[in-house]
Write a protein that binds this ligand. Structure first.
Ligand SMILES: [Fe+2]
Length: 331
């Protein structure tokens, strides 16, 4: 009975960002994936995102475009003039807003949502997001006119009991091109667990397609629950099979901007227990089957925060009913 009710929803999810092989029996169906369901979604999503990024690439320097298209990332050091950066760093460190925490393994991640009302209180941070070239970079790498979700992020390594942090395994976030960025407010030396990224792993090569085809056929029963839910994990020997180089470790100074396509293979670096890194963090994940790259209207940007806040509140309510804390709970 449940299957009868849910089948139309599961089917419609094929045309969205839905990625869980375990939770959607159509996406997870081994026979359909042997026949190419997962591969078709990959190829169509990547073709549409390539087109949308191209549409929004005007004004992007040849160097940045080349780096993002071929390597999957853009790194810009000393991004802000020193004066602006110093003022912005002081502003963020002094700000006391609502913080939500997510614990994965022994790592805690703290997020403060940079919704429009919050940005009103943070003029230096608001000025960062008004820089014309940064706006162009966000639109191009996200392949969408809607602004990414913006947060203050602090990663706190090895501060809680809970075993290994799953984000420290090499992985791809999802099946389609997507973007995350970090504007670092701390220096990130090796001991603070720098971001690791496998250069050129954003490419849909014949080797990657073959790997995805094979993995999609058993993904619904994958021993790793993250992989079963559509975020595939990679071992070092997989990289050799994919003809990919070793991960690049982004040891960077504060005032560096790093933007990455997290379809590409990446991980948080191993870090010393107790180390933290502070950044302004953004994420853009839009429907890769929609050719329309959005409107860029400010009210749409504002509405997305209302939606995310309502969802977080709903998750708090559901968790509290079972005497638990939600995955992203207030602290
Ligand atoms: Fe990730």
């Amino acid at each position: 009975m449940k299957a009868l009710l849910y089948t139309p929803i599961w089917f419609l999810q094929l045309f969205t960002t839905a990625k869980s092989f375990r939770d959607n029996p159509i996406l997870g169906n081994a026979t359909l994936n042997r026949w190419g369901l997962h591969l078709t979604r990959l190829k169509v999503a990547h073709a549409i995102m390539r087109l949308r990024r191209r549409l929004l690439s005007s004004g992007i320097s040849a160097e940045d475009w080349q780096s993002f298209e071929t390597q999957g990332y853009i790194l810009k050091e000393n991004f802000l003039p020193a004066e602006h950066f110093i003022a912005l760093e002081a502003e963020i460190r002094a700000y006391r807003g609502e913080v939500r925490e997510c614990q994965q393994g022994d790592t805690q991640n703290h997020h403060t949502l940079l919704e429009p009302a919050t940005l009103q209180q943070l003029p230096q941070t608001m000025a960062l997001f008004k820089i014309d070239y940064f706006k162009r970079l966000m639109r191009y790498t996200g392949g969408h006119l809607r602004q990414p979700f913006l947060y203050i992020e602090q990663v706190r390594n090895g501060v809680a009991a809970g075993g290994k942090d799953p984000q420290k395994n090499l992985h791809s976030d999802t099946f389609h091109p997507t973007m995350k960025f970090w504007f670092f407010l701390d220096d990130v030396p090796l001991e603070k667990g720098p971001f690791n990224y496998v250069p050129s792993s954003n490419q849909l090569t014949p080797e990657r397609l073959a790997w995805e085809h094979k993995t999609s056929q058993y993904a619904c029963k994958h021993a790793d629950s993250y992989a079963a839910r559509g975020s595939f994990r990679f071992e070092t020997n997989d990289l050799a099979q994919l003809k990919l180089p070793a991960p690049k470790t982004f040891v960077v100074k504060k005032n560096s901007l790093l933007m990455a396509d997290t379809f590409g293979i990446h991980a948080r670096g191993q870090a010393e227990a107790g180390s933290t890194r502070l950044a302004i963090w953004g994420m853009s994940r839009t429907n890769p089957f929609n050719l329309f790259p959005g409107t860029g209207f400010a009210f749409v940007d504002a509405a997305q925060y209302k939606i995310v806040k309502a969802l977080r509140d709903w998750e708090d309510y559901k968790a509290a009913k079972h005497g638990r804390k939600s995955a992203w709970h207030k602290i």
